[in-house]
Ligand binder design. Structure first.
Ligand SMILES: Nc1ccccc1C(=O)C[C@H](N)C(=O)O
Length: 585
């Protein structure tokens, strides 16, 4: 181990050197473990699993799952991404037993035997193997529903590369502010051949999913051109009181009003009460159907609401849910630091913010998988000091945790943040030779940064991190809509910056080895429709580029507790991550 990474013994009694690193224990039945695996030949699988943390009564589940035809035509945006100057991540990592990692001095350890199935899945586990629903491993109460991603076409347009930020003139929808570029754009359909099998599946899905009648997509995500989504009424307005201080940065709070003058950062004004299209409402608190358009057609007020995750939580009001999030993440991290052996504030660069925290599993003398967490906070809030909360659940399974720090805005610029997280990974790989695979995880803005890491050309870094999995939780993958919201006040992105930092525009064609990196895109039921759409479209685009991707729609959670609960060993996402690591080890 490099001296820079030598552990500082800050271990508490619980884990310090006590338990030897255990191989990740089996948690799922053999059929369950096949969930999300790659199809023969390395083609990406496509699966959307809607799941519920608690055991829920089985509604119905289908019995077969088609894979995307391998002859699928790439979307124009994917095609554009392929010609992007950045080449795809090449991950030439030997996986055979006894092989040497090209970047380590130590021989790679023998690959442990896959976990043996032992009994039924833990309560609340919902994982469904593709094509095996209905088999013994897929028991009533474990599966809510299985759906397939739709073929989203309306956002798959080619983009201008203007360096001028877009503006929304007063009283006009965002779309009008894009007129100079948008009118030149012709929406290009990226439909894939639709087999009879797929049509059949859509019928099955709508039959089995009464709450998503006729929709073969995530609820809340638009059908091409027209969004018919359901959401609870009772979205709370925001208080005008100033919010609590946000550790690591300024307080983030969406303003209720859109009355701001046009500014150089790309935001413009919008009508004070830019109406969304009329929706059909039932009673307060009950499910409604509402029609909305693309983000370009939204008024600024609606767009700000869509990009204010706290306004979609059903647990608390906007300010409370953010404050609770900060508190929970910080307290969880402190608890983890008190119990684990750690190396804190390890510099990976010269900048003040370029530090990372390492949490070591009980026995770190052997090689171990590393879970690298990139925090969220809209690139303006939180820090690595609130990023160790998931460590206890992972350390106990022999997985090290690394929390990455980066310079948030306004000090940090989005280009710099992307570079920092890339450099932090390169640093880890160069400095520490006992890493047995990296599993990236990012939440919200951190998911964006993690997604940018996936499209890194590592040649300029001199190393190729062995990224075997990526878990992208409630992320933003197309930054352009943010240009028109309060989020860009601190980020100050131009259209050009937003585009070159939009993962959906940087997707690289998966090469066979890169395809062995499993990507899990997770989104919360109570994320906003725009967040949900972004997750769906990004996962779809990755899949079309040959990546192995699963889209996970987590029921009964919002933008914040979807990640907070990672501190719980029994939480479904924790189980998915453990399972992903077990499969890849
Ligand atoms: N993702 C976060 C993580 C931590 C703290 C805040 C956020 C936010 O997104 C704040 C945003 N202004 C909101 O209205 O929800």
């Amino acid at each position: 181990m490099s001296s820079v990474l030598r552990e500082q013994e800050s271990a508490g009694p619980a884990t310090a050197g006590s338990s030897p690193a255990q191989p990740i224990p089996p948690r799922l039945t053999s059929s369950q473990r096949t969930w999300g695996r790659r199809s023969p030949g390395g083609r990406a699988t496509r699966s959307v699993v809607r799941c519920r943390p608690a055991v829920a009564p089985l509604q119905r589940c289908s019995t077969s799952a088609p894979t995307r035809p391998s002859t699928a035509a790439p979307s124009p945006r994917t095609a554009a991404a392929r010609s992007h100057p950045r080449p795809g991540p090449a991950l030439p990592v030997p996986r055979s037993p006894g092989a040497r990692h090209p970047l380590t001095a130590d021989p790679a350890p023998p690959i442990p035997a896959p976990p043996t199935p032992s009994g039924p899945a833990p309560a609340g586990t919902w994982i469904c193997p593709r094509g095996r629903l209905g088999e013994p491993g897929c028991t009533p109460g474990t599966v809510r529903q299985l759906m397939f991603a739709p073929l989203l076409t309306d956002r798959l347009t080619d983009r201008p590369t203007d360096s001028q930020p877009a503006r929304a003139p007063p009283g006009r929808p965002i779309r009008d502010s894009l007129a100079s570029t948008d009118r030149r754009r012709r929406p290009i359909r990226a439909e894939l051949p639709r087999s009879a099998d797929q049509s059949e599946r859509r019928r099955e899905i709508s039959h089995f999913s009464p709450r998503s009648r006729g929709a073969s997509r995530l609820p809340g995500v638009p059908r091409a051109g027209l969004l018919r989504h359901r959401l609870d009424r009772g979205v709370r307005g925001l208080s005008s009181r100033p919010g609590p201080a946000c550790p690591g940065g300024q307080w983030l709070r969406a303003r209720p009003g859109p009355t701001r003058p046009p500014e150089a950062n790309g935001r413009g004004t919008a009508p004070p009460s830019a109406p969304t299209r009329p929706g059909r409402q039932r009673q307060r608190g009950r499910v409604i159907e509402e029609e909305m358009g693309r983000w370009q057609d939204m008024g600024l007020e609606e767009l700000e609401k869509q990009y204010s995750p706290s306004r979609w939580s059903r647990r608390m009001d906007s300010e409370s849910v953010i404050q609770a999030h900060i508190d929970v993440m910080t307290a969880g991290t402190q608890k983890a630091q008190a119990a684990a052996r750690t190396s804190l504030h390890v510099p990976y660069g010269d900048g003040d913010g370029e530090k990372l925290d390492i949490y070591f599993p009980g026995d770190s003398s052997e090689t171990f998988p590393v879970f690298v967490y990139i925090h969220g906070g809209y690139w303006q809030c939180l820090s690595k000091d609130a990023s160790g909360f998931a460590a206890p659940a992972l350390l106990s399974q022999g997985i090290a945790v690394v929390a990455i720090g980066y310079d948030i805005a306004p000090k940090g610029h989005i280009d710099a943040m992307v570079l920092q997280v890339r450099r932090s990974l390169a640093f880890l790989v160069k400095q520490y030779h006992r890493i047995r695979g990296i599993y990236l995880c990012g939440h919200s803005a951190g998911a964006h940064l993690a997604a940018m890491v996936l499209s890194t050309d590592w040649t300029e870094f001199g190393v190729v991190p062995d990224i075997r999995g990526a878990v992208l939780v409630s992320g933003v993958y197309d930054l352009e809509p943010l240009l028109h919201t309060y989020v860009n006040d601190a980020l100050n992105m131009s259209l050009e910056v937003a585009q070159r930092n939009s993962p959906i525009l940087c997707i690289t064609q998966a090469v066979p080895v890169a395809a062995s990196c499993e990507v899990l895109v997770a989104v919360a039921q109570h994320d906003s429709p725009e967040f949900r759409r972004q997750s769906q479209e990004y996962s779809q685009a990755l899949r079309l580029a040959g990546w192995s991707v699963s889209l996970l729609d987590l029921a009964s959670v919002d933008h914040f507790d979807i990640i907070e609960k990672l501190s719980e060993e029994t939480y479904v996402l924790t189980q998915v991550i453990l399972n992903m690591i077990a499969r890849a080890c």
